[in-house]
Design a binder for this molecule. Structure first.
Ligand code: ZN
Ligand code: ZN
Length: 155
């Protein structure tokens, strides 16, 4: 994920949408088209749209290439710290199970059990992992857990 896409502290939804749009070199019209929300980008960027429904947010998120959660967080005035991906080991994590708190340590870069780099996003498309109750990336369908190749090597 490009770092410019992370909302700045205290940034409003209007400023955030406007900033990302300009960084991507899109006009308001182009963004509205891509997001499927005709004529409403200007309103959003002027802060006139107080409540944005989920479909609009999703459209915007796709058009801007940012997680929907970022838009939701800025819309609510929350810090984006709360919507960072869940850190997990793609080798040791069991789909559907809770993650080991050791992986979530801010300093942890590698799994303390097997040395595999810890991930917090999809290995295929880079979308942040926001719930490990899902086994597959909701954006691209890629499995979060690395495929098990060694299942039958043990005697
Ligand atoms: Zn591991
Ligand atoms: Zn993905």
């Amino acid at each position: 994920m490009d770092t410019f896409k992370t909302p700045n502290s205290g940034e409003s939804l209007a400023n955030y949408v406007s900033r990302i749009r300009k960084t991507l070199n899109l006009t308001q019209l182009e963004l509205a088209d891509a997001a499927g929300i005709h004529g409403r980008v200007g309103k959003i960027e002027r802060g006139l749209t107080v409540k944005i429904n989920r479909r609009t947010l999703q459209g915007l998120a796709i058009a801007l290439g940012v997680p929907t959660e970022y838009l939701e967080a800025v819309g609510k005035g929350e810090e984006v710290k709360q919507v960072q991906g869940i850190k997990f080991c793609p080798q040791c994590w069991n789909p559907g199970a809770a993650v080991d708190p050791m992986w979530g340590n801010v300093k942890a870069k590698f799994c303390y059990l097997c040395g595999t780099p810890i991930r917090a996003n999809c290995a295929n498309c880079g979308e942040l992992v926001l719930s490990l109750r899902h086994r597959f990336c909701p954006v691209c369908g890629f499995a979060y857990k690395a495929s098990v190749k060694t299942a039958k090597t043990r005697k």
